[in-house]
Write a protein that binds this ligand. Structure first.
Ligand SMILES: Cc1cc2nc3c(=O)[nH]c(=O)nc-3n(C[C@H](O)[C@H](O)[C@H](O)COP(=O)(O)OP(=O)(O)OC[C@H]3O[C@@H](n4cnc5c(N)ncnc54)[C@H](O)[C@@H]3O)c2cc1C
Length: 421
């Protein structure tokens, strides 16, 4: 039985550990937090959405990012202080904003998202994990006819590849989600994605980590990975703050921190952190809270029921590795959500809310890095950007298949950076 050390117990690392163990590997997981999914996989939007697979590197984005410079309410805010540390990544991001590349990356992301959804559903059926899941789909709403038509053109291109959606009038949207009634007169229309799901990524990942532990996976929590040592082009040791672990195979699943570790081995993994925010609060007395997850295209937030809680998420800020949830930006997101759901204003009690920030591990193509690096025994599974919960199970399964010499059954995203060659 081979021994594999997985670095990182986020959604991606734990899914990888799970599938490796099932394939008969002996697996060890190293994580700096006291439990699984305590960083970016903790408070994300909660949506498993094939409907959101479009990379942020898309035609028109470079011009928009420049236009939004200095605008605190920008959909994607680039802080100038971050530029010196990410210009190489930024240049690659810009080069990936052509229509042809965008379409190619959309197709790869959709294939992985659908593979992942099937894998998640199998795990759910098999293990009976409970993670506040809901399977009534997701609604996306649009205020401008132009944005609505543009989105439809984009979704129609993805339809033959497996994206399922229904176009709705404003009245049709209200019929499905009555909480939209106050916004109805402003809506150009909506799309319903019946196959998208919602669930608490933290609960799912911790449940799956528990199952891994029961099956014999060894966990080293509160252990910081400092370096990987190699000899003769092969991995030999994982160096941690608690000691050295001999290794013949390592999977790096450190989310936004993957590049920092690999750089010390001369490998360039182009992953940059893009900060996002979420605000979670008890549904409590909000009698007419939406029952369906709603993503508002023009006010740029997602409002998602997660069990008895509501979560509003949004914001994308390129500001290095800072993880403080800036209160003004959180308030702006709640304010935006209140424009669509006016009764939120009365129902929202900041004293009962959890304000959170996480770092999306974003690559220039908008697709993750999954595969074997050019160092023998060193594999990577990271860079899932705004789609890590959507793609975690499929990515873990695909990497375990590759390690086992099996065809993962889908075309994986193309390699990036100098990691793979
Ligand atoms: C506001 C927001 C909303 C989002 N909404 C959605 C959504 O609705 N749907 C969706 O699909 N995705 C969403 N995402 C993206 C998703 O959360 C991420 O892509 C995903 O969590 C990444 O998982 P990961 O396992 O790669 O990284 P992480 O969860 O960050 O896991 C990496 C792990 O590595 C550990 N680690 C790092 N460095 C070290 C070290 N040196 N030693 C030991 N351990 C280390 C960390 O503690 C962490 O646990 C959202 C993200 C944000 C910020």
């Amino acid at each position: 039985m081979a021994n594999t050390i997985v670095l990182g117990a986020g959604a991606v690392g734990i899914a990888t550990a799970y599938y490796l163990e099932r394939a008969g590997e002996k697996v060890t997981v190293i994580e700096r937090q006291p439990a699984a999914a305590m960083e970016t996989s903790w408070g994300n939007g909660g949506v498993i959405h094939a409907s959101e697979i479009e990379p942020w590197s898309q035609p028109g984005m470079p011009r928009n990012v420049l236009r939004w410079l200095g605008h605190e309410d920008a959909p994607l805010l680039l802080r100038l202080s971050a530029v010196p540390h990410m210009w190489g990544w930024g240049l690659r991001f810009v080069l990936n904003c052509t229509s042809a590349r965008f379409r190619r990356h959309c197709a790869a992301n959709l294939a992985l998202a659908l593979h992942s959804l099937r894998s998640l559903q199998e795990i759910r059926a098999e293990l009976g994990l409970s993670y506040d899941q809901a399977t009534n789909g997701v609604m996306k709403i649009y205020r401008s006819a132009e944005a609505f038509d543009r989105a439809e053109r984009s979704f129609r291109l993805l339809e033959p590849l497996g994206l399922v959606f229904r176009r709705l009038s404003a009245a049709g949207a209200v019929a499905i989600e009555p909480a939209l009634r106050s916004a109805a007169t402003e809506l150009a229309g909506a799309f319903h994605f019946p196959n998208d799901e919602v669930g608490d990524c933290n609960k799912f990942t911790q449940g799956l980590a528990g199952e891994c532990a029961r099956r014999g996976v060894e966990f080293h929590y509160e252990t910081v990975v400092r370096a990987i040592e190699t000899d003769g082009g092969k991995v030999t040791v994982v160096v941690t703050d608690k000691g050295r672990l001999p290794a013949s195979r390592i999977v790096v699943a450190l989310g936004s921190y993957t590049g920092l570790l690999l750089r010390r081995l001369g490998l360039e993994a182009p992953i940059y952190p893009v900060k996002g925010l979420s605000i979670t609060f008890p549904r409590g007395d909000w009698a007419d809270a939406p029952r369906m997850p709603v993503i508002d295209d023009s006010h740029l937030f997602g409002l998602v029921p997660i069990g008895e809680r509501m979560r509003i998420s949004g914001s994308a800020e390129i500001a290095g590795f800072d993880t403080k949830p800036a209160r003004e930006r959180c308030d702006a997101i709640v304010g935006n959500a209140s424009k669509t759901f006016p009764s939120l204003k009365q129902a929202f009690d900041p004293g009962k809310a959890t304000f959170w920030a996480g770092l999306r591990p974003v690559t220039p193509t908008g697709s993750p890095l999954i595969g074997r690096t050019r160092i023998e025994g060193l594999w990577v599974n990271a860079g899932h950007g705004h789609l890590g919960w959507t793609m975690a199970c499929g990515s873990g399964r695909a990497l375990a298949d590759l390690i086992g010499g099996k065809d993962p059954g889908i075309v994986l995203p193309e390699p990036q950076g100098s990691v793979f060659h």
